[in-house]
Structure formats: C-alpha cells, structure tokens
Design a protein around this ligand. Structure first.
Ligand code: HEM
Ligand SMILES: *[C@@H]1O[C@H](CO)[C@@H](O)[C@H](O)[C@H]1NC(C)=O
Ligand SMILES: *[C@@H]1O[C@H](CO)[C@@H](O)[C@H](O)[C@H]1NC(C)=O
Ligand SMILES: CC(=O)N[C@H]1CO[C@H](CO)[C@@H](O)[C@@H]1O
Length: 329
C-alpha cells in the first residue's frame, strides 16, 4: 500500500507540471460560456455511434493520432479531397483509417450544431479530442479531462503527410525521431503505442514478419512461435488487402495494459510494437507498465494530453471553426 501511495505521489508531480506549463492557450473550461453542455452532447453522440459499431472505438482513436501527427491537432485529417486538392486523408499513409472515425466526428458535430447556442462555435479539432476521450472510456479505459480551444486548420494536403506518420516497420530511433519532432518523449511514445491495445491491422503491415522474414529465419525471431502460426493462418500466403488481425489478440477491444504484457511474450503485432520490448532502452518501461495497469493508464492520459497540444492553432488567423468538418468554410 505504501508503495502504491508513492506511485500516486510520483504521478502528481508530472501531472501538475503538465497542467501548469500548458502554454498553448488550451483550457479545460474553454466552452463553459460558449456551449456549456458540449461534452455531454458529444458523449451522447459518440455513445450512440458506438452502439451501432464497435469500430467507432479504434477508428476514432487512430483518427485523433493521425490528425495530430500532421500539422498538429487541427482537424486537417478530416478534410475531404476535391478535384483541386488531394487532402491528408488520401495520402497512402492514411492507412485505411476506418470511415467510422470520420462518421463519429460528423455526427457529434451535427449534434452540437443542433443546439442554437453552440451552432458553429465548437471546432472539429476539439470535437475529435472529446470523442477520442469518450471512446477510450467506452473501451474500459481511464476517464479524463480534456483541454479545449483548438481552431480548425486552414490547409490539408496529401504532401504534408510525407514522413510524419510512424511506420509499422519503424525501429526505436525512427519512432523517437517522429515523436521527438512533435515534442514528445520516448515514454510518451511508448504510452501512446499502448493505444494498440485496441483495434486491427491489415496483414500487409506485418506479413513480412510471419513469412519469408529472411533466408535464415523464415519467421521474425522476435515473434512468439505459437502466435506466428496463428498469424500465418489469419493471413494466408497471398496478402489479401481485406484481411486484418487484432493488434492485441487477447483483449482486442478492451483498453487495458495487455498490450504491454503481449510484448513480453513476443506478441507485438507490428515491428514497431515488438521493438519496444526488444530494444533495451525501452524495455524497462514496457516491463513497468505490463506490471501496473494503473500506472500505464495514467501515463497514457498524460501522453494523450501532450499529444493534444501538438501544433494547435488558437489565434484568429491561424484557423477557424468549420461549419462542415469535412470541408473548408
Ligand atoms: C508508435 C507509432 C505508431 C505506429 C508505427 C502505428 C502504426 C499503426 C498501423 C500500421 C496500424 C494498422 C493500420 C491498418 O492496417 O489498417 C495501426 C492501427 C491503429 N493505431 Fe497505430 N501506430 C502508431 C501510433 C499510434 C498512436 C499514437 C495511436 C493513438 C493514440 C494509434 C492508434 C491506433 C489504433 C486505435 C489502431 C487500430 C485502428 C483500427 O482498428 O481501425 N497508433 N497503427
Ligand atoms: C516464400 O518463400 C517460399 C519458398 O521459400 C515461396 O514459395 C513463396 O512464394 C514465398 N512467399 C512470398 C509471399 O514471397
Ligand atoms: C508464447 O505465447 C504463449 C501464449 O500464446 C505464452 O504462453 C508463451 O509463454 C509465449 N512464449 C514466449 C517465449 O514468451
Ligand atoms: C479512407 C481513405 O480515405 N482511403 C484513401 C487512402 O488513400 C488512397 C490513395 O492513396 C485512397 O485510394 C483511399 O481511398
């Protein structure tokens, strides 16, 4: 128990720092006067969507990350391409983001705008952040407060995506470089990778690990053999673009720390997952969070909050409130 209390104490310091040092003009009560009920409105819309399809959960969470990776958390991932402009979401690295994530934001926006006081007062970027918080909770994850006050960005181009999205084949240095560019630490990156406790990956993202890995090791030697055999069955020889495997085969749609436990057993699906255990620079963190789900969840919230501040636009001229989340005003 004493040990547990120390843990809490230890967590308080970084959390305090985090919330005091917040420099981006984001605030938890940003909409208190503008649209006081916004969080309930969004939660209700997200919950309704979730009841239709569970893909709402991983789809929305991944959409949030992909928004923040490119040009900051400004809703730029939501913009649909036009004949004149190929938008972010149509870059090959949009990686088949589930359409249900987009739909979740669209529906929440509709619900918000149906309230006269709130109409065109809440940004799509903020709606995505709130919806993401709600799906994490719906998946059994932590409940947490979000910072708000982002404006929606004024540009979204496919070319801006180049090099910004971490790849399934990434090693630790490559992952750290991408997250470092966003001002995020290795521990932030590991905590955020814990999002892979939810959802699925297409076979093409890991097929190289389960078949013909190399001349000497037909299967990636860091992969658990039993698991590799299951993956070979799930993803037969010819990589079929419609087939997927769960990122966390034990508790696929539950937010927990099973992801970190899986890594200890050689059951990280992507190279970028398993490397967090294989590389001795990140292994101690994986072990710590595999042992303590309370700690890993707390650290996830800190990292999500930090990621939610990346490149945000808060000054007039930097952005606006989109009338339609999928098109510029
Ligand atoms: C650390 C670097 C990361 C890499 C290399 C990575 C890579 C990937 C890949 C390759 C997929 C499978 C895509 C597909 O085949 O459809 C995926 C899925 C997913 N990623 Fe990541 N990702 C990373 C970080 C993140 C972060 C920061 C989040 C959110 C905080 C996230 C949330 C998700 C979710 C929820 C899915 C499942 C999507 C679904 O089932 O629809 N990932 N990721
Ligand atoms: C893997 O290697 C085997 C023989 O070593 C070959 O028959 C098969 O076509 C290869 N599969 C792929 C997907 O390259
Ligand atoms: C491989 O995975 C199984 C569970 O599927 C686990 O019992 C076993 O310990 C794992 N092997 C290694 C080497 O971690
Ligand atoms: C969901 C989505 O927008 N997918 C697109 C990803 O990008 C490719 C082109 O690179 C499009 O064909 C997909 O429709």
């Amino acid at each position: 128990m004493a040990k547990y209390r120390n843990t809490l104490l230890f967590l308080t310091l970084p959390s305090l720092l985090l919330f005091c040092v917040s420099a981006e003009n984001l605030r938890r009560d940003y909409y208190a006067d503008i649209c006081p009920n916004v969080e309930n409105i969004v939660r209700t819309a997200v919950t309704a969507k979730f009841k239709e399809t569970i893909v709402t959960i991983p789809g929305t969470l991944r959409l949030f990350a992909h928004d923040c990776f490119v040009q900051g958390c400004d809703g730029s991932i939501l913009i649909a391409s036009t004949p004149e402009n190929t938008a972010e979401r149509d870059h090959p690295d949009n990686l088949s983001i589930a359409g249900d994530g987009f739909d979740t934001v669209g529906r929440a926006k509709e619900a918000v705008d149906a309230v006269p006081q709130c109409e065109n007062k809440v940004s799509c970027a903020d709606i995505l952040v709130m919806a993401t918080r709600d799906v994490v909770y719906l998946a059994g994850g932590p409940s947490y407060e979000v910072e708000l006050g982002r404006l929606d960005g004024l540009s979204s181009t496919s070319t801006s995506v180049n090099g910004k999205i971490p790849q399934a084949s990434s090693n630790l240095d490559q992952l750290n470089a991408i997250f470092g560019d966003l001002g995020l630490s290795q521990d932030d990156m590991i905590a955020l990778s814990g999002a892979h406790t939810l959802g699925f990956s297409h076979c093409s993202n890991f097929a190289n690990r389960v078949r013909n890995f190399s001349k000497y090791y037909p299967v990636d030697p860091t992969l658990n053999r039993t698991y590799a055999a299951q993956l070979q069955e799930l993803c037969p020889t010819n990589v079929d673009p419609t087939l997927v495997a769960p990122l966390d085969p034990i508790t696929t749609l539950r937010f927990d720390n099973q992801y970190f436990k899986n890594l200890q057993m050689g059951m990280g699906l992507l190279t970028s997952d398993q490397i967090l255990y294989e590389d001795t620079r990140s292994r101690p963190t994986v072990n710590k969070w595999a042992k303590n789900s309370h700690l890993s969840a707390q650290r996830f919230v800190i990292a999500m909050t930090r990621m939610g501040r990346v490149g945000v636009k808060t000054k007039p001229g930097q952005g606006n409130i989109r009338r339609n989340c999928f098109a510029f005003n």
